[in-house]
Design a protein around this ligand. Structure first.
Ligand code: HSE
Length: 411
């Protein structure tokens, strides 16, 4: 009788950057995985747009890895795999942010695993930490840099003074950004990832449509340079927080003070901070994109599926979503340089209940530029004040506002 470990058959849907890396890495690590699990994984079929047959792959697999991306036909394939009693590992954040509840319920019904570590923050094991390690804790808030492309662009703008367009081109040349980087730069990719994280952290359904998002397309190197004088660095931040009995999940550019753990996360890296009263704050960081990096997370999930059981349980809560949250803001206003202008701006802010934390003023030759940071205030009040300021005759360009995360953990 042979002692050779029994095979564990993996069907691979998609053979792009991540799929081809899984196809390469899984055989390389098969012996090591067999040593741990007693089963030897092997890729038994690959589906691409030009080769492979889904039904044949399904019939000859114990587990399906879905790394094709997009909603269709990934949704149909994942559904059929689960219904056929196969475990599924997916890196598809858009699919889970739109159809997660339905697919997790289907997986529970068919007693198979649907694992998705690679869908959020690449190889950073944030899903595992939320689902397993921190289940014993009440989580108050998450902040995440969950899109590597935009973090690379903003880091480059700060480090080299490159414009947004130049930094985007560099991200594309280096292979960080997609050929069509719309979902990256608009914040939609990060919003899908935050929906998944919020669902796990707060045990309540969160759909992509519950996550308002704002991108980085409108940001300028000038904003970054002024903010640096105020001790701030600019990042695309996803936030998910419990406010009373409700939840706020959103993605937008935000300035961070140097003491915030995310302020030093540079380049294509991702990081997530998890705040909880008992643990204060933990930060997980690492490569958020890339073939071998994301494939490592996929293979970690394959190994977990080989050693059952782990399930995404039904949610216990049904939290509502907060419509108006408090934020601190950076405000950039171009004004005519004449007596009383600063006083009038201060008056408008004061009447709206907006309190100024710091100010930088510079002459621009013909006029002046005011850059203020204000203390946290309801966003509706702040934008009301900005509208009033914009209507003043001494304001010479549309004011620009960016949120500031007014929180530092360094002692
Ligand atoms: N386009 C994504 C990013 C890849 O830049 O983070 C991983 O989802």
């Amino acid at each position: 009788m042979s002692d050779a470990p029994a095979p564990f058959r993996v069907g691979l849907l998609g053979h792009g950057t991540v799929g081809s890396a899984v196809d390469l890495l899984l055989p390389e690590r098969a012996d090591a995985i067999a040593h741990v699990t007693g089963l030897r994984p092997e890729v038994t079929g690959v589906l691409t747009t030009s080769r492979g047959d889904f039904d044949e792959i399904l019939a000859s697999s114990d587990l399906i890895v879905e790394v094709m991306g997009g909603i269709h036909p990934a949704h149909e394939y994942v559904t059929r795999a689960i219904e056929a009693g196969k475990h599924v590992v997916t890196a598809n954040k858009q699919l889970l942010a739109e159809h997660g509840e339905e697919l997790w319920a289907l997986a529970r019904e068919h007693r198979v695993q649907l694992r998705f570590e690679a869908a959020v923050a690449g190889v950073v094991p944030v899903i595992r930490v939320l689902q397993e390690s921190l289940t014993g804790q009440h989580i108050d808030r998450l902040h995440g840099i969950v899109n590597g492309t935009t973090n690379f662009i903003l880091s480059q703008m700060a480090a080299t003074g490159a414009s947004y367009a130049e930094a985007l081109k560099e991200a594309q040349d280096l292979g960080y950004a997609e050929a069509d980087p719309t979902d990256d730069v608009s914040g939609k990719d990060a919003a899908a990832k935050m929906a998944i994280l919020a669902r796990l952290a707060f045990d309540t359904p969160v759909h992509l449509s519950d996550v308002p998002f704002e991108g980085i397309e409108h940001l300028t190197t000038e904003d970054i340079a002024y903010a640096r004088e105020l001790g701030l660095s600019l990042r695309l931040i996803g936030t998910a927080e419990r406010i009373g009995d409700e939840l706020a999940v959103r993605v937008h550019p935000a300035f961070l003070y140097a003491g915030h753990p995310l302020s030093s996360v540079d380049g294509p890296f991702n990081a997530v901070t998890i705040e909880s009263p008992a643990i204060t704050e933990i930060t997980l960081s690492g490569p958020g994109a890339g073939g071998p990096q994301t494939a490592t997370a996929v293979i970690g999930d394959v190994i977990s599926a080989m050693i059952p059981p782990a399930q995404t349980p039904p949610t216990q809560n049904k939290l509502g979503f907060v419509a108006d949250v408090e934020s601190s803001f950076y405000l950039h206003v171009e004004v005519a340089d004449r007596p009383g202008v600063l006083a009038q701006i201060a008056q408008v802010l004061g009447l709206q209940g907006v309190s100024v934390k710091s100010v930088v003023q510079k002459g621009t030759g013909t006029g002046a530029r005011l850059v203020l940071v204000v203390h946290p205030v309801l966003e509706s009040r702040f934008y009301g004040a900005v509208q009033l300021i914009a209507s003043k005759d001494f304001v010479t360009a549309t004011p620009r506002a960016i949120r500031v995360i007014d929180e530092e953990f360094a002692s």
